[in-house]
Ligand binder design. Structure first.
Ligand code: S3P
Length: 436
């Protein structure tokens, strides 16, 4: 398929399983007793990294490409890995597994790809060190021959866990990865561990861990967890990922003569900011058949071509749509008027610096964009033209600019189309299936 503006899109699809929920189902299954069955588990590279890390920690995991069976060994059943745990590109794997490894009496070393080595880890080292886990960072230049004495606070690193103290951590950032790492370490603490965030981040850990039998309490932006629960394997049905549905929401709204039904999408209120933004921009979007599946709110989403207008996005909204900001910026470029994205500094520490990667590519397509320290300002309405997109090996940049290219004059090409496999291996096929 050439990425040009020759098509309209109609029909229905199901997007792959939610990445955040899939990671958690695998991890929580591994530290529970007995079998956990995960249906519609995301088969993206990030979740495969999580599976392989837990296999290296002695857990038997069967994956037939649709259902993942995890033969959990309980809270204290993991065994020391014989090799370095490779987290690939996955920040969620790196940060959440560290919470679990903080509770183990053995040492583990984590490494990953070029991008993950640049992502900040101090945010988990700080609370987990307060709980008495020990970290040693490697100098990736000389790795694996030498220890680096001064900590660069990044991957690769070694963690020595065990004998954890409970803490009440006041997190400076609203990050579900940080919160989850602390709560998972709290399973192994010597008392009730608490985390308070400035704004509530996605709460899949709290919902799912409770379903496995953990004792948790969430009040406002504080989550508390009691140590040493007896976790039991569960059957988890993973809903479609709203972060993947977001590309089809944008496509249906901005492409003339389009109507797309996206079935079975997770619409947890801590994740559904994209829906509110689409409505506020004037989008014709509705939720059908709202229901609850494996403790998570789920719905079908219907979108129809719409005339969008610019809005301001910031504050408490940001954690509910942080991964959708690249595609929201693309929607803004096709909307009338100005869209301002603010309070989104976290964009700088994702798989790429998404303030740079979004603004540069939008500009290259002819949009009027001003990057700011905490977001960007987009003056919408210019006719965009195709260009060569620089993806920075970031899956969400590739997918967002595919949607932009499907609305731009001329052809859009990519330096690395295939990075979509991180979260959405069948992305291009699914787009093609809707061409009318
Ligand atoms: C995630 C949390 C978010 C999100 C990431 C997945 C999770 O990161 O951007 O893609 O599964 O917990 P932060 O915790 O860094 O905000």
């Amino acid at each position: 398929m050439k990425i040009t503006n020759n098509y309209s899109f109609q029909g229905e699809l199901s997007v792959p399983g939610d990445k955040s929920i899939s990671h958690r189902a695998i991890m929580f299954g591994a530290i529970s007793n007995g079998l956990t069955e995960v249906t519609d588990c995301l088969q993206g590279a990030d979740c495969l990294s999580t599976i392989s890390c837990f296999q290296q920690l002695g857990i038997s995991i069967e994956n037939n490409g649709f259902k993942v069976l995890i033969h959990g060994k309980g809270l204290h059943g993991l065994t020391a890995p014989r090799q370095i745990l490779n987290v690939g590109n996955s920040g969620t794997t790196a940060r959440l597994i560290s919470g679990i490894l903080a509770g183990q009496s053995f040492q583990s070393t984590l490494d990953g790809d070029h991008s993950i080595r640049k992502r900040p880890m101090k945010r988990i080292f700080a609370p987990l060190s307060e709980m008495k886990a020990k970290f040693q960072c490697w100098d990736s230049g000389s790795f694996p021959e030498l220890w680096k004495k001064t900590s660069p606070n990044s991957i690769p690193f070694t963690i020595q866990g065990g004998n954890l103290k409970h803490i009440h951590y006041q997190s400076a950032i609203a990050s579900a990865q940080v919160k989850s790492a602390i709560l998972l370490a709290g399973l192994y603490g010597d008392g009730v561990t608490k985390v308070t965030e400035p704004v509530l981040s996605r709460n899949h850990t709290e919902l799912m861990l409770a379903s496995f039998g953990a004792n948790l309490l969430s009040i406002d932006t504080t989550a508390a967890i009691w140590p040493e629960p007896k976790l039991e394997g569960q059957c988890i049905h993973v809903p479609g990922d709203i972060s993947s549905a977001a590309y089809f929401i944008a496509l249906g709204l901005i492409r003339p003569h389009s109507e797309i039904l996206i079935r079975n999408v997770g619409v947890n209120p801590t994740r559904n900011g994209i829906l509110k933004v689409a409505l506020e921009m004037g989008g014709n979007i509705s939720l059908l058949e709202e229901r609850t599946v494996s403790g998570e709110p789920v719905a079908d989403i219907l979108v129809k071509s719409s005339s969008l207008h610019g809005i301001t996005i910031g504050g408490n909204q940001i954690p509910t749509l942080i991964d959708e900001l690249p595609i929201i910026a693309v929607m803004a470029a096709f909307a009338e008027g100005t869209t301002t994205i603010k309070n989104a500094e976290e964009l700088k520490v994702k798989e790429s610096d998404r303030i740079v990667s979004v603004a540069e590519n939008l500009k290259a397509m002819g949009a009027t964009v001003t990057p700011t320290t905490d977001g960007m300002i987009i003056k919408g309405g210019n006719q965009l033209h195709g260009t060569q997109i620089k993806t920075y090996a970031d899956h969400r940049i590739a997918m967002s600019f595919c949607i932009a290219g499907l609305n731009a004059n001329g052809e859009t090409t990519f330096d690395d189309r295939d990075c979509v496999t991180i979260s959405y291996p069948s992305f291009y096929q699914d787009i093609e299936s809707l061409i009318k």
